[in-house]
Design a protein around this ligand. Structure first.
Ligand SMILES: NC(=O)c1ccc[n+]([C@@H]2O[C@H](COP(=O)([O-])OP(=O)(O)OC[C@H]3O[C@@H](n4cnc5c(N)ncnc54)[C@H](OP(=O)(O)O)[C@@H]3O)[C@@H](O)[C@H]2O)c1
Length: 343
């Protein structure tokens, strides 16, 4: 198969590229050449900025692909430019969207037919926390309009694993590695809220494998894309992290009201975790993805591989970990544990 990735050098795209080459596909990648130079010499690298339409169209001119996977579109005009440059010369166009497109997560489970966000100003050009989901919803509409003969939209939940630039899931991995370090102050890990709170995330390598399979199969339509295959809980995640990375550590479950009252921010101070009232984000229906071949690897493998990658001393430009500021500092976590015990 001739495959084009619009992106492909950072995280999800990087796993896609690696798996596509391993499977023997003929790979082209369009990016600006800024991240991870020298990666994938076997692929054709089309160096262009997709925000410069002339440059973007020129880089793609004359090419034809069986499938295109677009990991780097955040604005509808970027999808429109892709359609203008590629329509009629590709089999399947796959837009990587997000579950953040949904207007809310109040339902027992959120399936692909749930209402989408509508932006007050659809012309907004700034991608931030308030516009990201609504803009991706507009990207989806532009994709279906521009590639009406063959459009697939995936809506990933939280992507995790090696090369994750956000540091969110990685923070928990590093927290359990510290719990195993022999430092007595670190062996007890603050576990937020209730062990029964639902949790969903997907190893980016499993998302990439499913995406490649969709390209090979030529499927169409919209698919939520997260894991694990069966519903799971925060309690199961933290127990798996403990058993895999720090078997002698203990979990100290701290009530969510206690944490919220002390200004602990769900998702950023304690990544992945959301309080019960917001936990619908972790109850997305993935039946369609499972029916089309999604397979999720065991958590222990994701935890171990992420730990190995996070311990790498390589600089980000060579695939080493970024060090984003997410997650509680050790001292703040220790203070919270002490305050919980003294309450
Ligand atoms: N992380 C999550 O938890 C999560 C959850 C749901 C959905 N998603 C979606 O999943 C996708 C993940 O993306 P990723 O960053 O992992 O993909 P990626 O393909 O690994 O990395 C992004 C690529 O886009 C290229 N790029 C960025 N700006 C560009 C521009 N103006 N012109 C040309 N190329 C450009 C980058 O290369 P250069 O910098 O060299 O140009 C890089 O190759 C996103 O669409 C995101 O919305 C992520």
């Amino acid at each position: 198969m001739k495959l084009l990735i619009l992106g492909g050098t950072r995280f999800l795209g990087r796993h896609l590229a690696q798996q596509a080459l391993q499977a023997g596909h003929e790979l082209s990648m369009l990016h600006r050449g800024r991240s991870a130079g020298g990666l994938f010499p076997e692929a054709e690298h089309l160096i262009a900025d997709r925000d410069r339409e002339g440059e973007f169209a020129a880089a793609l001119a004359g090419g034809a692909w069986d499938a295109v996977i677009d990991t780097s579109a955040y604005l509808p005009r970027q999808v429109q430019a892709a359609a203008a440059a590629l329509a009629g010369r590709v089999g399947q166009y796959h837009l990587v969207s997000t579950i953040s497109v949904y207007a809310g997560f109040d339902a027992a489970v959120t399936d692909e037919g749930a209402p989408l966000q509508v932006l007050p100003d659809p012309g907004v050009q700034v991608v931030d926390g308030s516009s990201y989901g609504g803009l991706k919803a507009l990207c989806e509409a532009a994709a279906y309009e521009g590639f009406e003969d063959g459009c697939l939209v995936s809506r990933p939940g939280l992507l995790v694993g090696p090369f994750d630039p956000t540091g969110r899931f990685t923070w928990w991995v590093q927290r359990f590695v510290r719990a195993d370090s022999g430092d007595d102050d670190e062996t007890e890990v603050l576990a937020p809220g209730e062990p029964t709170t639902p949790v969903q995330f997907i190893d980016a390598r499993d998302a990439a494998a499913w995406m490649l399979h969709q390209a090979e199969a030529g499927h169409r339509g919209t698919y939520n894309l997260t894991g694990p295959e069966s519903p799971a809980t925060m309690g199961e995640l933290l127990a798996a992290a403990r058993d895999t990375l720090a078997p002698t550590s203990q979990l100290l479950w701290v009530d969510e009201d206690f944490l919220l009252a002390r200004g602990v921010a769900p998702w950023s101070d304690l990544p992945v975790w959301l309080p019960q009232a917001q936990s619908g984000v972790h109850r997305v229906d993935i039946t369609r993805a499972l029916d089309t071949g999604l397979q999720c690897r065991p958590w222990a493998q994701t935890l171990r591989d992420t730990a190995v990658w996070a311990a790498s001393a390589a600089p980000p430009a060579l695939g080493g970990p970024l060090r984003p500021q997410v997650g509680l500092a050790p001292e703040r976590e220790a203070d919270l544990r002490a305050a919980w015990r003294e309450r």
